[in-house]
Design a protein around this ligand. Structure first.
Ligand SMILES: [Mg+2]
Length: 385
């Protein structure tokens, strides 16, 4: 079975819905067709759709020349073929993110070809009961990322905590507050308000979105946060200088997290080894695909780190995260942008079409491939040019 065609199309909520409030910005999606009729599917987060179109959109594009006509074999062979071809042109950035999306789509085809769910082909389920809050069953636990219409102060506390309460009532068990563009006092205060309202049982993460420039301020904030049982503290500093992370890690008991925009396993290795970061957050496309994400798991494991796949995109990407989490022995949570509290019709419909969250967890998908089928009505209704 050979790759016969790449199809790129764009969906989105439209300009009137703000991406910062949960709206889906124009999102390129790729279908990989084969001459045997099997089709693989993925989205490409945060690459301008016209760049995707120009790179993948036909036989004369960069990826068209490399991959059209290639036999579907183990996805790692096709990944390596592209990587080797890019060594003189583009070893990070948009082209690797597009490779990541193609890799997810190729895993989708490979699973359909072998009639196995992708997690089975990644190595089977290596999860232990200790990895899920409930214990016995092997399942995947999403944590909900909470945003608000405004950053800082009372309105931010009130809206994010109210959203957490609503989601907890629906069964979700883990939450990440986002005190972006806020004062150090507000970062601590939102954790306090969360615990006051929701108690000690739910898991709580804090993401400050590269808020700090100096280590001493971040140390003070982390020391004050410690009493609220914070599962991880995400992106305190820009990620360009890993040593700032290492200095903070040495002075707090809260694990540090990063990786939402990191590309290739090498950026993760650097943050683990030089930055002492112990929670890796690869996006299943951005990092370079499921092939690269599996390598990140294999590199994190002997370092004593964990991998919690990031996803502020849709449940198309979320489906790939579920497969990585099902396989990974060091993935207690995956990120989840809950449509129930976000103002985005497209996000809601894509979530409805994805793997259901029941009682706060996702059962392992048993269908061949990735198992995310995009309903035609969604594609039609939200198609953008
Ligand atoms: Mg973040």
């Amino acid at each position: 079975m050979k790759i016969s065609q790449f199809e790129v199309f764009v969906i989105g909520d439209g300009p009137e819905i703000d991406p910062d409030q949960g709206g889906v910005e124009p999102l390129a999606c790729i279908r990989v067709h084969t001459d045997g009729g099997l089709i693989g599917f993925s989205e490409v987060f945060r690459v301008p759709p016209r760049v995707v179109q120009a790179t993948v959109g036909g036989p004369e594009t960069h990826f068209g020349r490399l991959l059209l006509g290639q036999e579907i074999t183990h996805p790692e062979r096709l990944w390596q073929l592209v990587w080797d071809a890019l060594i003189h042109t583009n070893r990070r950035g948009w082209e690797i993110i597009i490779l990541g999306a193609l890799d997810v789509a190729i895993w989708d085809i490979y699973g359909k070809m072998l009639q196995q769910p992708v997690w089975q082909l990644l190595g089977g389920t290596q999860r232990g009961p200790f990895q899920t809050p409930r214990g016995q069953t092997v399942e995947v636990t999403p944590y909900c990322t909470l945003v608000s219409d405004v950053w800082g102060g009372e309105p931010m506390f009130a809206q994010q905590v109210a959203r957490a309460e609503r989601l907890a009532s629906l069964g979700y068990r883990a939450f990440k507050v986002e005190p972006m563009m806020s004062t150090p006092t507000d970062v601590v205060e939102i954790a306090r308000r969360f615990r006051q309202a929701l108690g000690s049982v739910p898991t709580l993460m804090v993401d400050v979105g590269y808020l700090f420039n100096d280590v001493p301020t971040a140390v003070r904030v982390c020391r004050q946060l410690e009493e609220f049982d914070i599962y991880f503290f995400e992106t305190p500093f820009p990620v360009d200088v890993p040593e700032t992370y290492a200095q903070l890690a040495a002075k707090t008991s809260i694990p540090l997290a990063m990786g939402e925009h990191a590309v290739t396993r090498w950026e993760f290795v650097e943050m683990m080894d030089r930055g002492q970061v112990s929670v890796m957050q690869p996006y299943m496309t951005t990092c370079g695909g499921l092939t690269e994400a599996k390598r990140i798991v294999e590199l994190a494991l002997p370092r004593g780190a964990i991998v919690c796949p990031g996803n502020w995109s849709t449940q198309i990407l979320g489906a790939a995260s579920v497969h990585l989490a099902a396989y990974s022995p060091i993935t207690p949570f995956i990120e989840f942008a809950p449509a129930e509290v976000l103002d985005s019709p497209l996000r809601q419909e894509l979530q409805n079409a994805g793997f259901p969250v029941r009682d706060g967890v996702i059962s392992l998908p048993m269908c061949p491939g990735i198992g995310y089928e995009l309903p035609q009505e969604i594609e039609k209704k939200f198609q953008m040019s």
